[in-house]
Design a protein around this ligand. Structure first.
Ligand code: FAD
Length: 423
């Protein structure tokens, strides 16, 4: 239910987690004129910071030795946003409308927002606990990794998803001997099609990165520290540092313990409300139903975290609702940007626009003839029109879309052409 613009309730809106989603909820509440107390509780001690640079700019030689803050300290002060850093919320008492903090204190809430994000999926093979086996989620981990990326160091990366690929680019740039071990038969297979995967494989190989596909890691071995990664066929890959980039798990434990509905993510409705009307959730921790074909999904990207934060702020503080945006994501590897609008499915028709050999192309994904997603590589010409066409579920003529000289908007089947195509 919308709140009055200035409410006098003494208990604050408590936001658990001051990452991209949590900070955006707090900012969005103030932007909408919410005058009550807002308290952000975060496990991390630093000023809340950006995560995307952790696997990109911050790993580059000569990059600043500090995280990139989401907002300056003054931003929080000017808006009266209270922050408790370095403490976790350890429990939610829904009957009492309060949360328990790791220092033993209890805080009452007026509304509660769970923005606890996700954690790196742990590698569970023997030896995964050796000190130089890293996962990349926090600035501390990025700083440790960066120190290990010295020329000649042997870097074994487990998983060729976005994070693994960005780390591979950084490692190769730093002069490391870089090997990526991937279970599937191509890179980024969960999120993109074969032409895009193969383009990035060649790009990385040109920078000296080695790929091993079909590699099932069974152990990390070494005395006291990781010295090699072993795969199921018995091959041992020597390593001075091992990076596991094998996906993330939503931080839903608090919500689950409080009896909120969760299923591989905290379940939220179209307003980001959980199964308790006083408790919201936003960001990587959530699962929602919606998008192109109304599927149940969990998105792990900045755009989704910010969009959900807007929904939460809007529902608590009132004000105009922003139109839902098509999800989008980017990655940068060896200076080449892949930007994706929409969410591709493996069964989508793949329409290549341009020749990957030119170093610049895009791929349109058609689902039942409608534009469902687009990947753009090293150019954004198709990106903005694609977002609109995906939102409109536009029917596309694949032959026209396959010609990169034809703007995507001109590949839309007009009603007359559509009628002819159906006849
Ligand atoms: C290395 C890296 C690179 C990425 N690159 C991109 C990119 O290029 N583009 C893109 O769109 N996305 C990228 N992402 C994903 C993006 O960062 C996430 O989608 C985004 O951070 C989600 O925001 P969030 O607020 O849900 O979670 P987070 O940013 O993870 O914030 C959650 C916060 O909650 C805190 N927390 C958890 N539990 C508790 C608790 N019990 N009590 C108190 N605090 C708690 C955590 O400490 C954390 O600070 C990247 C992620 C990583 C790790």
């Amino acid at each position: 239910m919308p709140e009055p613009a200035i409410h006098k309730a003494a208990a604050p809106v408590i936001v658990i987690g001051a990452g991209h989603a949590g900070v955006a909820v707090a900012a969005g509440l103030r932007t909408r004129g919410y005058g009550g107390r807002i308290l952000l509780v975060d496990a991390q001690t630093e000023l809340p910071y950006e995560r995307p640079p952790l696997s990109k700019e911050l790993l580059k030689p000569g990059a600043p030795e500090q995280p990139v803050p989401l907002r300056k300290q003054k931003y929080y002060e000017d808006r009266g946003l209270e922050r408790i850093a370095g403490l976790t919320v350890t429990g939610i008492d829904r009957a009492d409308r309060s949360v328990l903090l790791s220092d033993g204190t209890r805080r009452e809430y007026h509304r509660l927002v769970i923005a606890t994000g996700a954690r790196a999926r742990p590698l569970t093979v023997p030896g995964a606990d050796l000190g130089n086996v890293l996962a990349l989620r926090t600035y501390d981990a990025a700083a440790r990794l960066k120190r290990a990326l010295v020329p000649g160091a042997r870097v074994a990366i487990i998983g060729a998803g976005y994070i693994g690929m960005e780390v591979a680019a950084a490692a190769a740039t730093a002069g490391c001997d870089t090997t990526v071990l991937e279970f599937q038969d191509r890179v980024m297979s969960r999120v993109t099609s074969a032409p895009v995967s193969h383009f990035f494989e060649r790009l990385h190989e040109a920078h000296g990165v080695r790929f091993v596909f079909g590699a099932a890691v069974t152990a990390v071995e070494g005395s006291g520290r990781a010295e090699r990664v072993v795969t199921s066929d018995g091959t041992a890959y020597p390593a001075d540092v091992v990076v596991a980039g094998i996906g993330v798990l939503p931080n839903q434990d608090l919500a689950e313990a409080a009896g909120l509905d969760c299923r591989d993510g905290i379940l939220v409705d179209e307003h980001c409300r959980t199964s308790d009307p006083l408790i919201y959730a936003a960001g990587d921790a959530t699962r929602f139903t919606g998008g192109f074909d109304g599927a149940s999904q969990r998105l792990e990207c900045i755009q989704s975290a910010l969009a959900q934060a807007e929904l939460v702020a809007g529902d608590i503080a009132g004000g105009p609702a922003r139109a839902a945006e098509v999800p989008w994501f980017w990655t940068v590897q060896h200076g080449v940007r892949l930007q994706t609008a929409g969410v591709r499915h493996p069964g989508d028709e793949v329409v290549l626009r341009g020749d990957p050999a030119d170093g610049k192309f895009s791929v349109a994904y058609l689902r039942h003839g409608r534009l469902a997603a687009v990947d753009t590589v090293a150019g954004l010409a198709d990106f903005r029109p694609a977002k609109k066409l995906i939102a409109d579920k536009a029917l596309i003529n694949p032959a026209a879309a396959a010609d990169p000289a034809v703007p995507l908007t001109d590949a839309v089947l007009a009603p007359a052409a559509l009628a002819a195509a159906i006849r």
